[in-house]
Design a protein around this ligand. Sequence first.
Ligand code: PZK
Length: 301
Amino acid sequence: MSAMTSSQPLTVPGYAHVYSGKVRDLYAPLDESGTPRKDQLLLVASDRMSAYDFVLDTPIPDKGAVLTQLSLWWFERLEDLVPNHVVSADVPDEVAGRAVLVKRLAMLPVECVARAYLTGGGLTEYRADGHVSGVALPDGLVDGSRLPEPVFTPSTKAPMGEHDQPMPYAAVEAEIGAPLAARVRDLTTSILARGNEIAAERGILIADTKVEFGLDGDDVVLADEVLTPDSSRFWPAELWEPGHPQPSYDKQYVRDWLTSSASGWDKESGQAPPDLPEDVVAQTRAKYVEAYERLTGRTFS
Ligand code: PZK
């Protein structure tokens, strides 16, 4: 994580800043008397990008809008599986296109992760004993192998700047109760399965994804962003080849440049990464737009 956090969150008229994550910000709408409302939030996606656990200083133009519009598109395609927190995409001009007004929920204290392909932390667990989050997998799987079916691999919500830790399923049951644990497990794997049914036809594999749920009374509601390149590993389908790490759909130009001699940067140095060259920014922006256009069949203006 970069030592430097973003300077000042944006001023949004009619909203009070509540919290900032690495690349997104939360605001509360103000009522007629200027008091923050307790029932809604404004979720704002910035153009910031992370790589190698750093938030880069160079923004990727339109990234926040592309991811917000993609998330909204997926919410519609998941509505028959689970209700979502979206109230309105009609937001102030200052954040037009990259913010959503949402229902404020009681968030569940679990990062709900599902994996459809084996890589990263899931691969590390599999190599140790053939299981991932307690689920036995077939022998012979390698980096990038497709799993027989999506597996729920929950993690703890770590404080910002720390890494989420894998959470045994029994710990999820202990935190939220067995019936709710089973419900979010089944929803999480169903969301990833639906995502891959749709994305595979369009040349994108979704290796894994993280979703967040909240409660609206007794109802489990899908919150946050969904099936975006920031919450999921997107892989170009035509380059998929199990047996080695897969290229990233969105971050590959940035990673390749940052790890090349041209950047003069050593990712192990603890130093902040340098500013990105404009061609790397343009290629990366184009990948986000391409993912949006391929998935949705819409043009990103
Ligand atoms: C909520 N986050 C994560 C997202 C950030 C932090 N509908 C909701 N109700 C209550 N809380 C949240 C949500 C949602 N979504 C989400 N933290 C709380 C987060 C974006 C920016 F700074």
